[in-house]
Design a protein. Structure first.
Length: 468
């Protein structure tokens, strides 16, 4: 006997029953013949049992398939029922929508008829209604932006309701509108002091005494305030105006009696104060000039100091020379005295020698008188050139910003334009006083030189007359 394993089943088949010769090479594909181990004895399964098992499995699978088919058919019928039900619901909803549209059109027609009837019955009151709503809306806009609302808060709510109402205004609402309008007019001509909440720079609110001048300005302790209508609060200006304006605010706050006190107001109701905050200071203007602007300022300061020094010293030298003209005794402390001493040392010589000696003495004095004037003149000429250089650099920066970011945001170009304009202004501001100082100092130097030449010519003439 031999054991055969085929498709996972162990079959015990007799060689004679199968009619096969084990020595034959024509074995069934997939069949593997081997001797079973002696220790493993598998139970024998016949082909009839295999056939019965296959039939049972086929019957079971067929039953399961029939059950699934029946379930699918049942669900298909159920889905069809649900689809039909949904379609009926959609048709009913569409019918209801059509009915409601008709009802809405009928209601709208009724509303139009009632509106026409109401308008005809209102008559002249309809015009009053429109005028009252318009007046309430305009007054509410004015009240919300006014400093007076800080002293009298909560006035805008009733005005807003009156401006948005769909009904005829009542007598009470009309009286309230009239009272608020009269109050606004009256308070615009008054100065008042009251307590209010002020938001400080750190974001914290505190009570403070506020002085208001009409709807124009408000200040506390000499510092101006700005009104934020969106939050209904007062805030200190980030940058206060000049000292004379803040001093005027203190005088108004401390005023007593029926007298008059000068005060500074903002007729634009806060716009000018906001511009005051945005306007740059002198230091900020100088910083906008960047490196070139600072170079111009240094050159201008040095040139002006040198020019003023030369002008003052030459004026003093001119005074000393005029004083020497009234004295016969020569002094070494002034140019004319030194020229006279040079004549005293050579007056025994002939006229030509004396003239040469005096000319030599004058030539020695001229460089001392004109020293530094050329530098002032050069700085006066260089300053506008530096300004022009800053202008070119600023325009280059502007065009570079335009190339990178476009022209959508003007603030991107503002830096280069500011540098160009500020350096130009600084160059002109430096050149004008330097030119004036150079002119004055050069004039003083020429006057002294002219006096020396006149006195030298007179000395030579006297010497020539004495020699005859």
């Amino acid at each position: 006997m031999k054991f055969f394993k085929l498709a996972g089943l162990s079959l015990v088949v007799g060689v004679a029953a199968l009619g096969m010769d084990l020595t034959d090479d024509n074995l069934i594909a997939g069949a593997v013949a081997q001797d079973p181990p002696a220790a493993e004895e598998a139970p024998g399964i016949t082909l009839d049992q295999v056939l019965a098992a296959v039939r049972r499995e086929r019957t079971q699978v067929s039953a399961e398939n029939q059950a699934r088919e029946s379930e699918f058919l049942a669900r298909r019928n159920q889905q069809q029922t649900l689809l039909t039900r949904v379609r009926n619901q959609v048709a009913a909803a569409e019918a209801e929508s059509t009915r409601l549209e008709g009802v809405m059109e009928a209601n709208q027609a009724s509303i139009d008829v009632l509106d026409q009837e109401l308008a005809s019955k209102q008559g002249e009151f309809q015009e009053l209604f429109g005028a009252a709503r318009s007046a309430a809306a305009d007054l509410n806009a004015q009240v919300e932006r006014s400093l007076i609302s800080v002293q009298f808060p909560g006035r805008g709510e009733d005005l807003r309701q009156l401006a948005q109402t769909k009904q005829l205004p009542s007598e009470e609402q009309l009286r309230y509108l009239w009272e608020i309008m009269i109050q606004q007019i009256a308070e615009q001509g008054k100065s008042a002091t009251f307590d209010a909440r002020i938001v400080r720079a750190n974001g914290q609110a505190a009570d403070a005494t506020v002085t208001r001048v009409g709807p124009f300005v408000a200040f506390s302790n000499g510092r101006y305030l700005t009104y934020k209508s969106e939050s209904g609060t007062l805030q200190f200006l980030a940058k206060q105006p000049a000292k004379d304006i803040t001093d005027a605010a203190r005088r108004v706050a401390n005023a007593s009696g029926d007298g008059f006190v000068r005060a500074a107001i903002d007729p634009a109701l806060g716009t000018l104060l906001d511009l005051q905050v945005d306007s740059p200071s002198i230091r900020e203007r100088v910083d906008q000039g960047r490196f070139i602007g600072k170079v111009i300022i240094v050159a201008a300061a040095f040139g002006m100091l040198l020019g003023i020094y030369k002008w003052v010293t030459l004026t003093m030298i001119a005074g000393a020379v005029r004083g020497q003209m009234r004295r016969k005794k020569a002094s070494k402390s002034n140019p004319l005295g030194r020229v006279m001493l040079a004549y005293e040392n050579t007056q025994s010589n002939d006229v030509e020698t004396v003239a040469l000696k005096l000319d030599d003495a004058i030539l020695k004095e001229i460089p001392k008188l004109e020293s530094g004037l050329n530098l002032v003149k050069v700085l006066a000429a260089v300053s506008p050139l530096l300004g022009l250089l800053g202008t070119v650099i600023g325009m280059i920066n502007t065009f570079q910003a335009i190339t990178l970011f476009g022209t959508g945001d003007p603030q991107i170009m503002a830096g280069g334009i500011s540098e160009a304009l500020v350096t130009t202004v600084l160059g002109l501001i430096a050149a004008i006083p330097l030119l004036l100082l150079h002119a004055f100092a050069a004039g003083a130097s020429k006057r002294v030189t002219q006096i020396l030449e006149e006195q030298s010519a007179g000395i030579i003439a006297e010497h020539a007359e004495g020699g005859r």
